[in-house]
Design a protein around this ligand. Structure first.
Ligand code: ADP
Ligand code: GLC
Length: 498
């Protein structure tokens, strides 16, 4: 079958601009699609952070993009990455929309905890610029994507603009749109008064369009108008069709369930490889675990803990209510009594940060909290810890538990979304470890987390059981090769359908 031309449209892409797993997913999936022989281009906004990671930047086009009734210019930059591990491999091509008034800011969505007030204008502009870029590519190179794959609310207007403003363009009839929902908790909701800024016909502001309880909802628009929807795990795909997890969109998601599928994310297994990871003090693998003890000692030293056999628990997370960090704060005193240490790395809501700081003050001998975004430390923690906690209230997929599996750091997770789909829980009643790769608990409470950690700590004392849990996780397939094939099936199905 002929290779596909795929255009990824996202507000973040690793390693150029990242606040969370979306960035990793977009780059990981794109690389795996290139490995399968597809022609992949990625378009994202040009934030200042891009410069430090780019190897080469070249301005390739200029665009005049309609913006709230006037025209605002931008430049399209082609970006080459610093680290092309294997130069002979086909790589996705990175293109950034450079519009410094909108994107030349310190943050991606917000600064000092406050969303930028013009986020609607910023991402509407971005979506239009992407479609204007396709017009340019068609004219100059005859390049038209088969699939426009947009992500989250920031890409939600792509399917709508394609059918309205850009409907008369030649490519509108053939290109198919896929929208991936990474987190239905973030919908891009704006005051209705800002609707005119979008330049859309008034009938798009309707219950079966962008209107949502009197406001404007970009994710809802994308859900209704995309040709196909994906989300990042099968369990989350079911969960978002219920009122508990749908954040008000369960109805429209249910309507579109025949055109929606859940595909579990992968991780970049070159970057996250304990055998070769240059960010670690020592390397190790499932065949030889010796280096992991060196990583643990080094991490204990970095945390100011006494080095040794004490079990070391870890969290690396955005510090927002979704992630259930309050459960960790509540459960910690109980597992410290059992003799454990805890290290937390994260940034986020001021209140969650303050609660963690307080926990650290109270237990300064055995709790270390690092309020920071630090890629290197995230790797050192994944390698050095014994157990990794992900007690999320909801979790569309979650990437950190996949990294911890690969690093032999046994995950303790709540049974929700992608956590339920990726960790096989050890049960107290099991005589053997079987397929278990971690510990899974149900109620979103500190007690339930504490019980699960208690069980894990008791198994930690049994080296045979513990090493079989670690090895089962390390041998699990967590790369992008399989998920990428499932995306190709989605793309081909969508193309074949019309
Ligand atoms: P989400 O996208 O909801 O934040 P994921 O688990 O999908 O959750 O992805 C989080 C990604 O961000 C992982 O790659 C994780 O290692 C990284 N990350 C989160 N917080 C930090 C931090 N403080 N420092 C470094 N990396 C972080
Ligand atoms: C979102 C979700 C997370 C998922 C990531 C990548 O940020 O919160 O669960 O892993 O997107 O898809």
């Amino acid at each position: 079958m002929a290779p596909l031309k795929i255009l990824m449209v996202a507000s973040e892409v690793a390693p150029l601009a990242k606040t969370g797993g979306l960035a990793d997913m977009v780059s990981g999936l794109s690389s795996a699609l290139s490995d399968l022989g597809h022609d992949v281009r990625i378009v994202f906004p040009r934030y200042p952070s891009v410069s430090s990671q780019a190897h080469r930047v070249e301005s390739v086009h200029s665009l005049l993009v309609e913006d709230g009734g006037r025209v605002r210019s931008s430049t399209v930059e082609r970006i080459w990455l610093r680290s092309a591990a294997d130069a002979s491999k086909p790589r996705p091509a990175f293109f950034a929309i450079r519009q410094d008034d909108y994107f030349g800011r310190r943050g991606i969505y917000q600064e000092s905890g406050r969303d930028y007030p013009d986020n609607l204008a910023r991402f509407a502009y971005f979506c239009r610029a992407v479609l204007d870029l396709v017009v340019v590519w068609q004219r100059k190179e005859g390049w038209v994507p088969d699939v426009l794959h947009a992500h989250d609310w920031q890409g939600g207007l792509i399917p709508i603009y394609l059918r309205s403003q850009y409907a008369s363009r030649g490519f509108a009839a053939t290109v198919r749109t896929v929208l991936t929902l990474h987190n239905v908790g973030y919908q891009g909701i704006f005051p209705a008064a800002q609707f005119p800024l979008l330049g859309l016909d008034a009938n798009y502001f309707a219950p079966h369009g962008l209107e949502f309880y009197g406001s404007l909802n970009l994710l809802k628009g994308g859900i209704l108008f995309a040709d196909f929807l994906t989300t990042v795990s099968p369990t989350y795909c079911r969960e978002i069709q219920t009122s508990e997890f749908g954040f008000g969109l369960e109805g429209v998601l249910g309507e579109r369930r025949d055109r929606m599928v859940g595909i579990v994310n992968g991780i970049d297994t070159d970057t996250w490889n304990p055998e070769t990871d240059p960010l670690l003090p020592a390397n190790y693998s499932a065949r030889n675990l010796d280096g992991k003890a060196t990583c643990k000692n080094a991490l204990q030293r970095e945390c100011g803990f006494p080095a040794g056999g004490t079990p070391l628990l870890a969290v690396v997370s955005r510090l927002v209510s979704q992630k259930g960090i309050d459960l960790v704060v509540g459960a910690t005193p109980s597992f410290l009594k059992d003799g454990a240490q805890l290290v937390v790395l994260g940034t986020g809501e001021a209140e969650v940060e303050a609660d963690l700081r307080m926990l650290e003050q109270r237990h300064s001998d055995s709790v270390r909290v690092m309020i920071n975004f630090d890629e290197g430390l995230a790797h050192r923690i994944q390698a050095g810890a014994d157990m990794f906690l992900v007690p999320s209230r909801y979790e569309p997929c979650g990437l950190t538990q996949l990294c911890s599996l690969r690093y032999g750091t046994v995950p303790i997770v709540r049974r929700t979304g992608g956590l339920a789909d990726t960790v096989v829980g050890f049960s107290d009643t099991d005589a053997l470890v079987g397929n278990a790769t971690g510990f899974v608990f149900d109620p979103p409470s500190s007690d339930a987390l504490g019980t699960s950690v208690g069980l894990a700590l008791s198994k930690f004392r049994d080296p045979e059981v513990w090493s079989s849990l670690m090895l089962a996780g390390m041998r699990r397939e967590v790369g992008w090769a399989e998920p990428a094939k499932q995306y190709v099936d989605v793309y081909r199905g969508t193309i074949g359908r019309k």
